[in-house]
Design a protein around this ligand. Structure first.
Ligand code: CO8
Length: 371
C-alpha cells in the first residue's frame, strides 16, 4: 500500500477577537432588556426570566477564554446579536473561499507545492455558504488548479474524514497531491441570545496538503499509518436549517446550533476512546510510544479525559496541546489548528494521534508518524 503523508498545513485566523468578558457584558445587557420588557409576563409566570451568563462559568466549564470572528459588528450589540456583513456579488468569492485561499497558500508553501502540483481540492466543513457551485471549485479556479474538487460535510469530523478521502484518492490513483481546506465560518450559526451556547464557537480556516511519501520534499511531514472513521446517529448536536426552510412554518430558533452538552460529553467520549485504541492496536502503537495527541477542541475537560484514557495517566500540557482558550471550538478545524501550531519538536519515527469528534456523532482518528 502506498505510503501517504501530510506534508504541509496552513491556518487563517481572523483579526477580530471577542473575549468572554465582552461577550458576557453584551449578553447580560440583552438579559436586562428582555426581563424588563417581559416583566409583567414573568411575574404572571407566563415567561421564564433569563439568567446572567458569566466568564467564570465559561472558562471553567469549557476552557474557552476568547474567540476569533470574521465580523465583530453586530455580535456584541444587544439589539442585533449576530455578525453583520454585506451580501457579496457573484464576482466576489464568499468569506469561506477567501479564508480557504489564505490557509491553502500557507499549506502549499510548507509542502513546497504550487498550484500545478495539486490535482484534487476537498473543501470540508460543518457548513457551506452555498450548496452549489461547490466552494472548492471556486477555490480551484482562484488557485489555478487543474483536476477536480468537491465539498463535503461531517460536522466536526469533516477535516479528518476529508484527509481519509484524500489518502484513498492517492492510493486509488485518482489524485497525486490533495489540498484539504476547512473554512469554519461558525459565528452566523451561534445563537448569541442563548446562555448555554453563546460562548462556544469561533471562526477560522485550516488547510493540509496530502501526498504520496515518494513525492514529498517537505521537512516536517507526517506519515498517515492508520485511519479509523466511525459514525453513530444522535440528535444531541443538531442544526435544522436547510434548503427547504422557506417552505416551512417560520421558527426563529431554526438557524442555530443546539446541543445537549452533558449528553454529548458522556456519550461521545467512550466512542472516541474505543476508536483511538482500536486503531492504535491495529498499528501496534503503544500508549508510551505516543509523543502527541492533537485532539478535537470542544472542551478542555473532554480533552484531558480523552488523553488520560489513551495514555493511562495525566497528560503533560505539551502532549495534548489545547488551542481552545484563544480559538474556542472551531468545529472541524480544531484538531488541525492544534496540529499546525504544535507539530515541531518530534523526532523521525515518533508516533502521534490526530482525532476529531462531534456531531453525527462522528469520530475520525489518524495514527501518524513523523517522517
Ligand atoms: N453562564 C453561567 N451559567 C451557565 C451558562 C453560562 N453561560 N450556561 C449554562 N449555565 C448553567 C446551566 O444553566 C446550568 O445551571 P443548573 O445547574 O442550574 O441547571 C449549569 O450552568 C451547568 O450547565 P451545563 O450542565 O450545561 O454545563 P456543563 O458543565 O455541561 O458545560 C458545556 C456546558 C461547556 C457546553 C459542556 O457540556 C460541553 O462542552 N460539552 C461537550 C459538547 C461538545 O463537545 N459538543 C460538540 C459540539 S461541536 C460539533 O459537533 C460541531 C457542530 C457543528 C459546528 C457548527 C458551527 C456553529
Amino acid at each position: 500500500m502506498k505510503s501517504v503523508v501530510i506534508s504541509g498545513s496552513g491556518l487563517f485566523t481572523p483579526e477580530n477577537i471577542i473575549t468572554n468578558d465582552e461577550l458576557v457584558a453584551s449578553y447580560n445587557q440583552y438579559v436586562d432588556q428582555f426581563n424588563g420588557q417581559q416583566a409583567t409576563a414573568i411575574v404572571a409566570g407566563d415567561v421564564v426570566a433569563l439568567e446572567y451568563s458569566s466568564s467564570e462559568f465559561i472558562e471553567k466549564a469549557s476552557g474557552i477564554k476568547a474567540r476569533h470572528v470574521l465580523y465583530k459588528d453586530g455580535i456584541l450589540d444587544p439589539n442585533v446579536m449576530h455578525p453583520v456583513f454585506p451580501r457579496r456579488s457573484e464576482e466576489q468569492p464568499p468569506e469561506m473561499v477567501e479564508m480557504a485561499l489564505s490557509a491553502a497558500r500557507e499549506a502549499m508553501a510548507q509542502a513546497n507545492k504550487t498550484a500545478a502540483d495539486i490535482d484534487l481540492i476537498i473543501c470540508a466543513a460543518s457548513n457551506m455558504q452555498r450548496p452549489y457551485p461547490a466552494l472548492s471549485i471556486e477555490l480551484q479556479q482562484l488557485l489555478g488548479v487543474a483536476g477536480y474538487a468537491f465539498d463535503m460535510n461531517v460536522a466536526c469530523s469533516s477535516a479528518t474524514f476529508a484527509i481519509s478521502n484524500a489518502v484513498n484518492a492517492i492510493r486509488g490513483g485518482t489524485a497525486k497531491v490533495v489540498l484539504v481546506v476547512n473554512p469554519e465560518f461558525a459565528s452566523p450559526q451561534v445563537n448569541y441570545r442563548s446562555r448555554d451556547s453563546h460562548f462556544i464557537f469561533g471562526d477560522v480556516c485550516t488547510a493540509t496538503i496530502i501526498e504520496a511519501e515518494e513525492s514529498c520534499t517537505a521537512n516536517n511531514a507526517y506519515r498517515i499509518n492508520g485511519m479509523r472513521l466511525k459514525t453513530e446517529f444522535s440528535n444531541n448536536i443538531r442544526c435544522e436549517v436547510g434548503y427547504t426552510e422557506h417552505c416551512l412554518p417560520a421558527d426563529p430558533l431554526v438557524p442555530f446550533f443546539t446541543q445537549q452538552g452533558r449528553k454529548v460529553f458522556k456519550e461521545l467520549l467512550p466512542i472516541v476512546a474505543e476508536v483511538i485504541q482500536a486503531e492504535m492496536a491495529l498499528q501496534q502503537v503503544k500508549p508510551e510510544q505516543l509523543k502527541r495527541l492533537w485532539l478535537h477542541q470542544a472542551n478542555i475537560n473532554m480533552n484531558i479525559f480523552a488523553a488520560k484514557k489513551i495514555l493511562g495517566r495525566d497528560p503533560e500540557p505539551e502532549e495534548a496541546p489545547l488551542v481552545l482558550d484563544t480559538y474556542a471550538n472551531t468545529a472541524s478545524a480544531g484538531s488541525i489548528i492544534a496540529f499546525h501550531k504544535n507539530k515541531t519538536g518530534l523526532q523521525a519515527g515518533d508516533h502521534a494521534i490526530l482525532c476529531s469528534f462531534g456531531a453525527g456523532y462522528s469520530v475520525g482518528c489518524l495514527v501518524l508518524q513523523k517522517c
